[in-house]
Design a protein. Structure first.
Length: 679
């Protein structure tokens, strides 16, 4: 028996694999049973994830690849199915099923020569196979396609076919992420045909994915020296210059990309791709609508192309046409476009939770080295609290990858929800002026979701990069003036009074609740007794209340002014004076007293209720109903059972209704009253 082979029908119960500094024992049979259970319980995606992991770890084990092929078929993952078939072909080279399967998987791509070769190989292995007749028909059709491919190549036909077969394998390795293999194969191609532009374009993509952006740019620009309007090279250069932060250079190539008429494979997808990287949604929508007028939308013949148009439409506010196109993309490439489904799911979220549509997954925006280094610290970046460890990691990351500063801005604007969150946390953790400015633009823009922009804004406030007062933000689909809230609430005793003070104070408070003039007079005497021992703002404030109950308004106001002067952060006295100004229509004076309280970072629960009463009065008199509703929501979150919350909820609802009625009335045509006739 050859080394490494197992008897037929038997599984190795235990396999040893290198792990760390020792040998880790892995029970592959147990893992396969676990995958079977997941399939039976319907958790097909988790089963698929586990079996792909097994295939990577144990490429020479047959059963994981068989299971992977089966699940990939069920999920319509053509790429994954093709990968599994290739592995199975290597393990069982005489099994025609795997060759037929791989050939079938190639029919969805631009691999005419490989498809033709694989079906010929499959028929040679098993001419009586159930797919043999169909394979033979495909071979006949592909003969003409093959001739068109090799005709321009200055090589004998067989040599041209062999060369293009190598190129198509390189394309497959590129899709699979096997970049060294792709480069090796394309270099072989270029030895035979030095100016083959698809090979040069692929080498450019390999250089990019492996982190060599200058080489990627050089390869694409080399293509343009041969064919100045090559759509693939132009699109790639837009991407590279966007990711390197040179937007002016990127725009130059984007302009050429829009007007290029050069024949290419999937030209519209490549055009939309380049324009998506630079964020020119309007140009994509304009091109799409031109195609519709010309009845040529069927020329956008890839799910990815339709997806990119849908993203542009959604970002331009045309959500229903976008939804329709996303469904068309799924119908065109079912199961192969999780990016599309995720955008559709996002579209169904409430407005405040909805993220802006995104064109690509995160790997499209990063070099491989950037992605790998970021992945190492991902758990750290996503943690809630930013400590010294995360700051060190984030700063080091930007030192190693200067282009990541621009990546943060790209992800905030055009990344998927997780990437935008990672970018936000990475920027917060690094704590650098340039990154704070990026977060400022994000927080005050329309990208991402309301929740994420609010998180960025709060971070800016915490770091004193943004004044929390009257911030204009895009919330719930409209621009709103808001105050950014970042408070800690507590119930710690506000004053440390001795027993000699607490006794008369407690009696005085009970009398003030009675509310009669007689009770207030007695309370005043008790409070003066306490004040003789110690002067404190709460004692003085309660004395002012006693004055009010005795109708001594001027004395009460004068005392509150004294408290505000002597104890600027004491809330109740400020609220009392502000209320006095509001009663007299002096809104600006009330605003000047209450707004400084908003800048505090710590609130006592009792002070929150006192302040909320005064602040809601101010906001409603200023006709800032949105701000009032937001503050009431905060108050409800902190003390949901407070009895005054329900009053304010009803009051604000009534004001909203009155506002709407007024708007409706303004919309009615004004009619002149007819003059009464005398006759």
């Amino acid at each position: 028996m050859p080394k490494g082979k197992q008897p037929a029908g038997k599984k190795p119960a235990l396999i040893r694999s290198a792990s760390g500094f020792g040998m880790k024992q892995v029970d592959i049979a147990a893992e396969l049973r676990r995958i079977d259970r997941l399939i039976l319980t319907g958790d097909i995606q988790q089963a698929y994830s586990l079996v792909r992991h097994l295939c990577q770890r144990y490429p020479h084990q047959l059963e994981p690849h068989q299971i992977r092929a089966s699940i990939a078929m069920e999920l319509d993952d053509i790429t994954g199915y093709g990968q599994a078939c290739v592995q199975l072909m290597q393990l069982q080279p005489k099994n025609a099923n795997h060759v037929y399967g791989f050939a079938a998987s190639l029919m969805n791509g631009s691999h005419a020569i490989l498809t033709w070769q694989m079906f010929q190989r499959a028929i040679a292995l098993d001419p009586n196979h159930s797919m043999a007749a169909q394979a033979q028909a495909v071979i006949v059709v592909l003969e003409n396609v093959l001739n068109e491919i090799v005709a321009p190549i200055d090589l004998p036909r067989d040599e041209a076919i062999a060369m293009m077969s190598i190129h198509e394998w390189a394309q497959i390795y590129l899709v699979w992420g096997e970049y060294d293999q792709c480069r090796e194969f394309e270099l072989k191609v270029l030895e035979l045909q030095p100016d083959l532009m698809p090979a040069l374009n692929n080498l450019s993509l390999v250089a990019f994915m492996q982190g060599d952006l200058p080489e990627a740019i050089a390869q694409s620009e080399k293509v343009l020296t041969i064919e100045p309007e090559n759509i693939h090279a132009l699109s790639n250069l837009v991407r590279y210059y966007v990711l390197s932060g040179d937007l002016d250079r990127a725009q130059t190539f984007a302009d050429r990309l829009i007007t290029s008429q050069v024949d290419a494979w999937n030209p519209w997808t490549k055009k939309f791709e380049g324009l998506s990287y630079i964020g020119d949604d309007a140009a994509i929508v304009k091109l799409w609508k031109k195609l519709k007028r010309q009845k040529k939308t069927d020329e956008v013949n890839t799910g990815m192309g339709l997806h990119l148009v849908a993203v542009a439409l959604a970002r331009q506010g045309e959500t229903e046409p976008a939804r329709k196109l996303w469904h068309q993309a799924l119908a065109m490439e079912p199961g192969a476009m999780p990016l599309v489904q995720n955008n559709l799911d996002n579209l169904d979220k409430p407005l405040g939770e909805r993220h802006q549509a995104w064109p690509f997954t995160v790997d499209a925006w990063m070099t491989e080295t950037m992605r790998q280094d970021l992945t190492q610290g991902l758990a750290l970046i996503l943690q809630a609290d930013h400590d010294g460890t995360i700051k060190s990691f984030c700063q080091q990351y930007f030192e190693q990858h200067p282009a990541a500063i621009h990546w943060v801005e790209l992800m905030c604007d055009r990344g998927d929800p997780l990437s935008a969150k990672v970018a936000l946390n990475l920027a917060k953790g690094a704590d650098q002026p340039q990154l704070w400015e990026i977060l400022r633009r994000f927080a005050l823009g329309q990208g991402g979701s309301d929740m994420l922009r609010n998180e960025a804004a709060i971070a800016l406030v915490k770091s004193e990069q943004l004044d929390p007062d009257n911030v204009r933000m895009w919330l719930l689909g409209e621009w709103q003036e808001v105050f950014l809230i970042n408070y800690e609430f507590h119930e710690d005793p506000p004053f440390d009074h001795s027993a000699k003070i607490l006794k008369p104070l407690g009696e005085a408070l009970a009398l003030l609740k009675v509310g009669t003039i007689e009770a207030a007079i007695t309370a005043e005497a008790l409070l003066r007794q306490a004040l003789a021992i110690k002067t404190a703002p709460d004692l003085l404030n309660n004395l002012a209340v006693a004055y009010q109950l005795q109708n001594r308004e001027d004395e009460a106001i004068a005392l509150c002014r004294q408290i505000v002067n002597d104890y600027p952060i004491y809330v109740p006295a400020r609220v009392t004076i502000a209320g006095f100004h509001l009663n007299h229509g002096e809104i600006e004076a009330a605003d000047a007293l209450l707004k400084p309280i908003l800048k505090r970072t710590r609130f006592h629960i009792q002070d929150l209720a006192t302040f909320s009463e005064g602040y809601l009065r101010l906001l409603t008199q200023q006709k800032q109903l949105t701000g009032a509703e937001g503050w009431l929501q905060l108050w409800r979150q902190v003390t949901p059972d407070h009895p005054r919350i329900e009053f304010w909820q009803q009051h604000l609802s009534l004001l909203r209704l009155t506002e709407r009625v007024g708007m409706l009335a303004d919309g009615f045509p004004k009619r002149k009253r007819a003059k009464r006739s005398n006759g």
